[in-house]
Design a protein around this ligand. Structure first.
Ligand code: FES
Ligand code: FES
Length: 176
């Protein structure tokens, strides 16, 4: 199978039952996408597939053939963290950190659509992300911090997940 991951064209041989989560972690060594439940319950494996946030544990790797996958590793620029990542650190929203990549993806996904989310909207967006450590208040603080910084332009607008230098992944498939 062929796909694009974080803007890079990748190939892999996969067994039909292999999940996208296993492909990302075991074949491509993208360990920021966490494996906690493999049942779609915790959100720690959240990635974008053609710009739509999904639980990678619930998607077959084969379903990503010819498509564009973006993981948490694809969010930050080489020289700087993504503003959501920076806000999580500054707000003290990271403890053990196991849930953090999935939360960062979910928050960035929200802020693409809504730069002034209410607590209720944030809670709804993050309802599929479980954290055993923080009690969630600092996560809410981090979301508001990232949103306000982005509104002010100080930390840059969260990058669109499908914004790869290779353009439209569906047209890419035919050219390989
Ligand atoms: S590992 Fe995918 S939702 Fe928990
Ligand atoms: S920071 Fe430990 S599970 Fe969320």
């Amino acid at each position: 199978m062929r796909l694009t991951v974080n803007g890079e064209r990748r190939e892999a041989d996969v067994w039909g039952g292999t999940s996208l989560l296993t492909l990302l972690r075991d074949d491509f060594h993208l360990l920021g996408t966490k494996n906690a439940c493999e049942q779609g319950e915790c959100g720690s494996c959240s990635v974008w597939l053609d710009g739509e946030m999904v639980c990678a544990c619930l998607v077959l790797a084969a379903q990503a053939h010819g498509r564009d996958v973006r993981t948490v590793e694809g969010m930050a620029a080489p020289e700087s963290m993504h503003p959501v990542q920076r806000a999580f650190i500054d707000a003290g929203a990271v403890q053990c950190g196991f849930c953090t990549p999935g939360l960062v993806v979910a928050v960035a996904d929200l802020l693409q659509r809504d730069l002034r989310p209410s607590d209720a909207v944030i809670r709804e967006q993050l309802s599929g992300n479980l954290c055993r450590c923080t009690g969630y208040q600092k996560i809410l603080d981090a979301v508001h911090l990232a949103a306000s910084r982005t509104q002010q332009g100080g930390a840059g607008r969260p990058a669109p997940p499908g914004d790869t230098p290779l353009g439209d992944p569906t047209s890419r498939q035919d050219s390989q």
